[in-house]
Design a protein around this ligand. Sequence first.
Ligand SMILES: Cc1cc2nc3c(=O)[nH]c(=O)nc-3n(C[C@H](O)[C@H](O)[C@H](O)COP(=O)(O)OP(=O)(O)OC[C@H]3O[C@@H](n4cnc5c(N)ncnc54)[C@H](O)[C@@H]3O)c2cc1C
Length: 303
Amino acid sequence: MASNAHHDVVVVGNGVVGSSIAFELSRRGARVARIGEPNRKYAASTASGAMLGCFGEVTTALLATEHGRAKLAVDYEARGLWAGWAELLADVAADERALVTSRGTLVMLNSTGSKAVDTGNFQAIESTLRTYDEPYERVDPQDDAWLAPNDLHRSLLGLYIPGERSVDSALLLTKLDAALRNTSGTIVDGRARVLVTQGDRVTGVALDDGTVVGGYTVIVAAGATSLDLLATFEDVARRVPPMVSGYGVSVVVETPDGRVPDSVLRTPNRSFACGLHCVPRADGSLYIGATNIISPDPGSTRC
Ligand SMILES: Cc1cc2nc3c(=O)[nH]c(=O)nc-3n(C[C@H](O)[C@H](O)[C@H](O)COP(=O)(O)OP(=O)(O)OC[C@H]3O[C@@H](n4cnc5c(N)ncnc54)[C@H](O)[C@@H]3O)c2cc1C
């Protein structure tokens, strides 16, 4: 077993959360190793439409609880940090390609759906926009050149939110990798099997191939499988909310003339999924997603 005890921090997981933590700590001078396979198996970050949805994600259920309202407040604060974060990443990664891929978001209420879920969530979005004094306008979605719905499923109402955008998730991960390397962080290609302990301290991470990556602090940011690695640390595991996998379908398409909408087009959330959404990507393609079914175990089918 190889051992390397020279890292201040070892981060397990190379999705957007682990990669952001690893880069930020490395930028602040910590000696960081980030563990994860390059294909990012089962990562939500690569499956995501990557809407920077704050208001578009609001539901009646979210507003009904203190925790939901606190989440919304965090979303709002986080959204305001994106411009500075994108600029920093461009500088450190030495990659000026634009991360933000849309001008705004059009939220539509369709004639299909239920009053309680679809109309309720649409109204919750609009009331929250007013509460936060967020600029938006009511628009007639039937005027949108990108929509040609069947008469039975047409959109009746629309909210255009210019400040609600999206990012290119593949480019974001590419930039986070480069930014970590450029701040002297170490990218370890492998899968963490178990956390290594000495007495009551975690001192490193053992990989599937037997290599041990040592560190003074270990951060587990392995998405839905994080609790598997933490299962034997009962006092830690019981303080982490359960995380489950989701599986579903999304597609990335190219249009015949290469044109795509310049805004996110979406419906309000329903059935554990982010409504239906079309998100323009940096390479000129269009992401259309996504269904989501909760599952205790991750699964993977790519077409
Ligand atoms: C279909 C879909 C659409 C979504 N759309 C949006 C959206 O529009 N906007 C939005 O804000 N959010 C969206 N989300 C949610 C968002 O993608 C996630 O919240 C976010 O990507 C989670 O990032 P993460 O780094 O925590 O986890 P992940 O992206 O899942 O990353 C975990 C990483 O850890 C790695 N890993 C796992 N186990 C180990 C191990 N033992 N050793 C080493 N590495 C390991 C995995 O391979 C993976 O790369 C969507 C999610 C899905 C599934």
